[in-house]
Write a protein that binds this ligand. Structure first.
Ligand code: MN
Length: 434
């Protein structure tokens, strides 16, 4: 029997909502997983990509991660990992740095055998490169085999690649696909194998409402996958449906029913009622101890936008999907975020953006190139719906999310396939954002 932790989408370095506490949270979640692995004495920690939120993590995030991996190594538990779309660099990967220090194994087409199981890896593959894959994995003589990879696979939501294709094309018979990229956990049986997402370990978007955690995978006669939860930052979701005569007081009293201490408070207003300044709710939440508060007033949408936007269960999901299609570079999203950041006063936005662009281009002349697959080809959402999703975000969306891609100028500059002159996309395969 071989029992491992399957985790991924850790997104270390993500300073969500522009607060340092959130940045710490993402690192802390990784530490919690590793400590569980040590307490539980599992055979390995298998990481399915997006250890880092972007391909240029800060030194403190690199060091923090190093500390955690050292703890794991001291307990003699191997860390087996692949590279996700967020963190992928052109040539060497951060993972190689940890591997060179003996703290990680970068999985590939040769088996890494732990206990009775052979683990293989496939880094995130942009859509444009998938036809070139040979699915040629070296043989093994272990009892079980698992492939670890990062991408959006059918039969799960947003899947743009069939898990069954990977399983049937591969030269090795896999008992399990251990996946990252979709932050929502799940498992399904496909072609006699288990295909499973472990989910993210901290909420990288307000659409990730469910509790966070990771998978425990046991290879023993058959493959068994169970979930274990993680203690993460409290998120308080308040959805208020207002009647015609209701307004601010009603929303406040709804929000006031929760313990907001140190929480991220996400308020969503719908229905009728009086106009409400989101800032007044946000202030109220902060006064009651919230770390961050964000208010989305869906009533601001026009009738047309409402009609189309109902095709999405959650505007965050729709925007996330759209951003993936756009293939915005990390730099473009970074600038977009600066423009929307509540902490940058409007008067300073132009200067801040100019500084940021200069920094980015000095650092990497290709920083503003789009990433990979051109928008729109063969995708599921209709163009109308995409546009509406973007508008919805502009009008009332959770504008602090990294996924806000609604600014038309940003879109045009970053999404135009012609600007992608790099000839490939693995250098910044930030197809994003799941
Ligand atoms: Mn991710």
């Amino acid at each position: 029997m071989t029992r491992v932790i399957h985790t991924g989408d850790t997104h270390i370095g993500y300073q969500q909502y522009h607060v340092p506490e959130r940045r710490q949270d993402f690192l802390a979640a990784f530490r919690a997983v590793v400590r569980d692995a040590i307490d539980d004495d599992v055979a390995a920690v298998v990481h399915a990509g997006d250890l880092f939120h972007d391909r240029r993590p800060t030194l403190s995030d690199i060091m923090g991660t190093l500390d955690i991996l050292e703890e794991l190594a001291a307990a003699d538990i191997p860390f087996l990992a692949v590279v996700g779309n967020h963190e992928a660099k052109r040539d060497a990967q951060w993972l190689d740095l940890y591997a060179s220090l003996g703290l990680a194994t970068r999985l590939g087409d040769e088996p890494t055998v732990v206990g009775e199981t052979a683990f293989y890896g496939l880094d995130f593959v942009p859509r444009s490169k998938r036809d070139d894959l040979d699915y040629d994995f070296a043989p093994h003589d272990a009892d079980y085999a698992a492939l670890v990879t990062h991408g959006l696979f059918q039969p799960f939501d947003y899947g743009d690649w069939e898990a069954s294709e990977v399983l049937s094309e591969s030269s090795v018979d896999f008992d399990a696909l251990l996946l990252g990229d979709n932050h929502k956990p799940g498992k399904q049986a496909v072609e006699d194998a288990w295909v499973t997402y472990c989910g993210s370990t901290e909420r990288a978007s307000a659409s990730e409402r469910e509790d966070r955690g990771y998978n425990i995978v046991s290879f023993d006669d058959d493959v068994q996958i169970t979930r274990r939860g993680l203690e993460t930052r409290e998120f308080v979701f308040v959805d208020v449906e207002l009647d015609a005569a209701e307004g601010l007081e009603r929303v406040r009293s709804q929000v006031g029913q929760y313990d907001l201490t140190d929480a991220v408070v996400i308020v969503s207003i719908d229905g009728d009622g009086e106009p409400i300044a989101p800032a007044s709710i946000e202030e109220y939440a902060l006064d009651h101890g919230a770390l961050v508060a964000r208010v989305t007033d869906h009533r601001e949408l026009t009738a047309d936008e409402r009609e189309t936007s109902v095709s999405f269960a959650d505007p965050d999901d729709a925007v996330a999907e759209r951003v993936r299609e756009l293939g915005l570079s990390g730099a473009a999203r970074d600038i977009d975020e600066t423009v929307r950041a509540s902490k940058v006063a409007d008067a300073n936005v132009a200067e801040t953006v100019e500084d940021r662009v200069r920094e980015l281009v000095e650092d990497d002349p290709d920083a503003l190139d789009g990433a990979g697959s051109p928008a729109g080809d063969g995708d599921t959402a209709t163009p109308d719906a995409e546009v509406t999703a973007a508008n919805a975000e502009t009008d009332g969306g959770d504008t602090d999310e990294e996924s806000t891609a609604a600014d038309p100028e940003t879109d045009a500059a970053a999404a135009d396939p012609e600007t992608d002159t790099a000839g490939g996309s693995e250098d910044q395969s930030l197809e994003e954002f799941l």
